[in-house]
Design a protein around this ligand. Structure first.
Ligand code: BG6
Length: 293
């Protein structure tokens, strides 16, 4: 199937009716639905046709840079590239669920990319949907270069929420965070749980491996389990910034929250031949916390 820009998307389904869509543009997950057909990810209604930018929502991949502090484009180039379906992906370790509907994608730099970021890599992304409806993203980046290189990374996950004022995040209490990515000003979280009443754009550092996003109104909790992804980005543009974004409705900030598994503070360095893996599994439960399951 194709998206509104005519780009191919792969549809994953489980026998119970859950589904997910993955676009070859950016390897971006553009939809994830539960058994009842309810959309779990936010996607803006203000998508721009024939846009070169990734769709505003879903799960864009930020690589080889999160943010725009260095010379590369904001959030790196991977999200703007057409990925290939990889029919011959090397096997993954055994912690992958037995039954799953999945797709393997591959990104390698073009000659043009190498001018901006002169490092040869192979980026393999597996997106899988389990029998339980969980969505798992596994990224493997291999250095196929003669020299070491470093990168930062994020699964920029846009969750669909009923009303941002009713949402809280658990698992980031007492964590240190950067409030300004480039200046790297460091603060410590004081609240019991994170709630929202204004713009937020933070990177929580060295967070626990399990984070919960609780939506009271919908009685829905997103449980994020991550490996190889020490940091967590929390972003909501709120009113003023929403109006300034051309591909985002003025009021859409109320229905979304970005909570990203990421590796930002300490860039990942790969020596020639080395590989890094970053895994994010997202479950949706009626209302629960990390400790309960
Ligand atoms: C966030 C950044 O995670 O992504 C924000 O911290 C940024 O500063 C946002 O505005 C969206 O970025 P983009 O490039 O997709 O508009």
């Amino acid at each position: 199937t194709k998206d509104w820009n005519g780009i191919e998307q792969i549809v994953l389904r489980n026998p119970l009716g859950a589904s997910a869509r993955v676009s070859l543009l950016g390897g971006q997950v553009t939809s994830w639905r539960n058994e009842r057909g309810e959309e779990l990810l936010f996607m803006s209604n203000k998508g721009i046709l024939k846009s070169a930018k990734p769709m505003r929502g879903g799960i864009p991949i930020c690589f080889p840079q999160f943010g725009n502090c260095d010379s590369l484009e904001q959030h790196g180039f991977a999200r703007n590239k057409i990925w290939a379906v990889d029919d011959d992906a090397p096997p993954l370790p055994a912690n992958d669920p037995q039954w799953k509907s999945f797709v393997d994608l591959l990104l390698k730099p073009s000659e043009e990319d190498l001018k901006f970021w002169p490092h040869s890599f192979e980026f393999r992304l597996r997106v899988s949907l389990g029998m339980d409806g969980n969505l798992t993203l596994i990224s493997r980046v291999r250095n196929v270069n003669g020299k070491p290189f470093s990168f930062s990374f994020a699964y920029h996950s846009y969750f669909s929420v009923s009303d941002i004022s009713e949402v809280r995040i658990e698992g980031l209490e007492t964590m240190d965070y950067f409030d300004n990515l480039c200046k790297r000003e460091r603060f410590t979280e004081q609240g019991d749980a994170i709630t929202f009443e204004s713009e937020i754009d933070r990177v929580y550092l060295s967070s626990p491996s399990c984070i919960a996003v609780l939506d009271h109104e919908r009685k829905r909790t997103y449980v994020l389990r991550k490996e190889g992804l020490p940091d967590v980005v929390v972003w909501n543009p709120w009113e003023k910034k929403s109006k300034a974004m051309s591909d985002f409705g003025d009021d859409e900030y109320k229905q979304m929250l970005c909570v990203d598994g990421a590796a930002i503070e300490k860039p990942i360095t790969l020596k020639p031949g080395e590989e890094w893996t970053g895994r994010l599994e997202i479950a949706v439960v009626p209302s629960s916390f990390c400790s309960e399951g």
